[in-house]
Design a protein around this ligand. Sequence first.
Ligand SMILES: [Zn+2]
Length: 410
Amino acid sequence: MFVALRENGEYISLVEKWKRSDLLELRSNESFLCPACLSKVQLKAGMKKTHHFAHLRGAECSVKTEPESEYHLEGKRKLYRWFQGQGYKVQLEPYLDEISQRPDLLVTTEDKQYAIEYQCSQIDYPLFKKRSDSYRNKGIVPIWILGAKWFKRQSTYSVRLSPFQWLFATSFNQPFQPSIHYYCPDTSTFVKLSNLQPFTTSETFCTIQFHKENVHTFPKLLAPNQPMFTYQSLWVRKKYKWRASYSVYSSNQIASFLSSLYQYQIPPSHLPAEAGLPVRSAYWFQTPPMIWQMWMVLDLLLPLPIGDTFFFSKAMEVISKRIASNNITIRHLPLIFHTQYSLAVEEYLDLLVKAGQLKKLTQTIYQKAREPHIPANLEEAYNMDLALIKRLEIVGKNEEVGMVKPNIGG
Ligand SMILES: [Zn+2]
């Protein structure tokens, strides 16, 4: 950390330019305290690493435990300057007594406060949630930024995301699609992932944007996502590969999935095209879309005679049961408040309506219109995936056009 308490009760910040000899002299004359837990801290003024304070070995801070690497210190320092450079009122490591929190930065604008947490080391879900909730309860918007060392690109349009990285998915307390943010102090670059569309448990399709800090601004960082890019054919090609190989990776979730397919005499690679569609809010599901959607086909659609109806609540019941029996896993997303996984379920049913599988009779009642077609081989599966996704895309486009049409009727 950069800020400590001096013996005279004043704060001292090492983020300013200090001569090493001055710091060494200061260190020999007085001691320093952590402003949060008030335990003694060491002034580290080495030759290589950024000057900073650290708790004594073995004495953990009761408020914050992030081990501060050079990368972390440098990132925090640069982010501090970045906000300052834009004229924001920004405090470095202020201790917020009421909630016993010490954000890396606190930015105060005309109408809001933002706690900036620059996180480079892994922390667990309960701690992440506890910290985020305490800010939120005080009306402070938490902005968690990951150290860019965590950024793992997998292809032009996809990244690898661990459950830890998913914690950072945020819409800044707004009803936006979530995004994930990184900052790299070595290259002075922000990375933004948006339109997050999980394909498997680890691989997620998304829009990846790089912003150099000298041309990036705080309002731009907070801005909602760009429109969805088109990756349909990429999705279908990936799905083809996935179909051919997923069943060889054994896990408990896959085992019971495969045995259910077996009961319906569906070979693992012959899932109908309707299982594995990109759904806007699918980020709620840690289980791949092919699998959670196929559970809906197996548990809800296949047993239902054509023409029969069901309520939306029935679809939720089906999913809830699979969650309870660990066949489907929901993500922990402590920074997303405006949606629930039920939205993804609803969006999926709406896609099935567009695909012609279902009819929507009322706001909450659906009717089965036809049987899902089980492809005869991998080739047919691929062609059906492609045809369906293109068709849904066309449907989506027409809707957009319809939406922007000015209402000149009446
Ligand atoms: Zn402390």
